[in-house]
Design a protein around this ligand. Structure first.
Ligand code: MF3
Ligand code: CO
Ligand code: CO
Length: 283
C-alpha cells in the first residue's frame, strides 16, 4: 500500500478503519487466527494454481480470468476487484513494474519476471500474498534479484516476534538487500490486515533496530518488500495504479500475511504445493 508514514518508522499512517478506529492496531484471538488460516490458505492456493499457466504468450488478463473463476469456485471473492476501482482479481507486475500492475492483453515473453499479488476474502478475513514467477529463460541478474527478494522477506519474517519492533523488521530487510547492492522501495509498504484489507500498522521495509511499533501477540500484518536492482525511486503511471522504477531497473516482490504469536509468528500464506520460491518445478 501507499506509504504515507515518516520513514523512520516513528509514525503510523492514518487509517480509516471501520472496525478499530484510525491508527489503532487490532489485536486478534483464536477466532481471528482460524479465519486468517483459511483466507491465507486460499490465497496461497491461487498462486499455486497459476504456476503452470505462467509462460510465454499468455496474457495477464487470462491470469485474471483464471483467478476470478478459481476464487469464485471456492466460494470466496477477490478483494482487489472492488478496491478503489482496480477492477481485477490480481495484480500482475512485470519486470520494472514495482507493484499494482493491472492485468491486460499484454503477453508474457521469454525472460520476463512477474509478480502476481492476490488478496482473497474468506468469511470476511483477508489473505494477501504475492510471489515472483520466471517466464521461460530468465537472465542470471534477474534471478538473483528474485532470490535476494525472497530471502529479504524471510529475514523480516524471522524477526517478527513479540518484543521486537517494526524497525527490527525493516532493518533485517534493508541491511540484507543493500549488502547485495540492491535497494528497498520506500513508497509502498506492508500493512495490518484481518477483517479489513489495509489497517494499522504501516510496515515499512527499511528501519532502525529498536525503533517503531513493538510487536505483540495477535497482531496481523503483511511483510511484502519490493527490491530494485537500481535506485529505490518509483513513479505511478497515468492509469493511477502501475508503479514503476524511475530508472527502469528490474524490481521484485514477495508477500506473506502473518500473525504474531507468543513465540514468533505464524505464516498464513505458505504454499501448500511447495511453490514458495521459483523456479517452480512441475510435472
Ligand atoms: N495486494 C496489494 C497489497 O499487498 C494491494 C493491491 S490493491 C490493488 O497490499 F488495487 F492494486 F489491487
Ligand atoms: Co499487502
Ligand atoms: Co498483496
Amino acid at each position: 500500500m501507499r506509504n504515507t508514514a515518516v520513514l523512520d518508522n516513528a509514525v503510523i499512517g492514518t487509517y480509516d478503519d471501520p472496525l478499530s478506529g484510525p491508527g489503532t492496531i487490532p489485536i486478534h484471538g483464536p477466532a481471528g487466527f482460524a479465519g486468517m488460516r483459511r483466507a491465507g490458505n486460499l490465497a496461497a492456493r491461487v498462486l499455486d494454481y497459476l504456476v503452470p499457466y505462467v509462460k510465454p504468450e499468455v496474457t495477464t488478463e487470462h491470469l485474471h480470468q483464471l483467478t476470478y473463476d478459481y476464487v469464485k469456485a471456492h466460494g470466496a471473492v477477490s478483494a482487489t476487484i472492488y478496491y478503489r476501482g482496480f477492477g481485477k482479481s490480481l495484480c500482475t507486475s512485470i519486470n520494472h513494474v514495482v507493484c499494482h500492475g493491472i492485468p491486460s492483453a499484454k503477453r508474457l515473453k521469454d525472460g520476463d519476471i512477474l509478480n502476481i499479488d492476490v488478496t482473497v476474502v474468506v468469511d470476511g478475513w483477508h489473505g494477501d500474498t504475492s510471489r515472483m514467477y520466471l517466464v521461460g529463460d530468465v537472465p542470471i541478474r534477474a534471478r538473483r534479484l528474485v532470490d535476494v527478494t525472497f530471502e529479504a522477506m524471510h529475514r523480516g519474517i524471522a524477526v517478527a516476534k513479540p518484543g521486537n519492533t517494526l524497525g527490527d523488521v525493516g532493518y533485517a530487510i534493508q541491511s540484507f538487500a543493500e549488502a547485495q547492492r540492491m535497494s528497498v522501495v520506500r513508497d509502498f509498504c506492508g500493512h495490518g490486515l484481518g477483517q479489513v484489507f489495509h489497517t494499522a500498522p504501516s510496515v515499512v521495509h527499511i528501519g532502525k533496530p529498536g525503533k517503531g511499533v513493538t510487536l505483540q501477540p495477535g497482531m496481523f500484518l503483511t511483510i511484502e518488500p519490493m527490491i530494485n536492482l537500481g535506485r529505490p525511486d518509483v513513479k505511478v503511471l497515468d492509469d493511477g495504479w502501475t508503479a514503476v522504477t524511475r530508472d527502469r531497473s528490474l524490481s521484485a516482490q514477495f508477500e506473506h500475511s502473518i500473525g504474531i504469536t507468543e513465540t514468533g509468528c505464524e505464516i498464513f500464506t505458505l504454499s501448500p504445493g511447495g511453490f514458495d520460491a521459483p523456479p517452480y518445478a512441475i510435472g
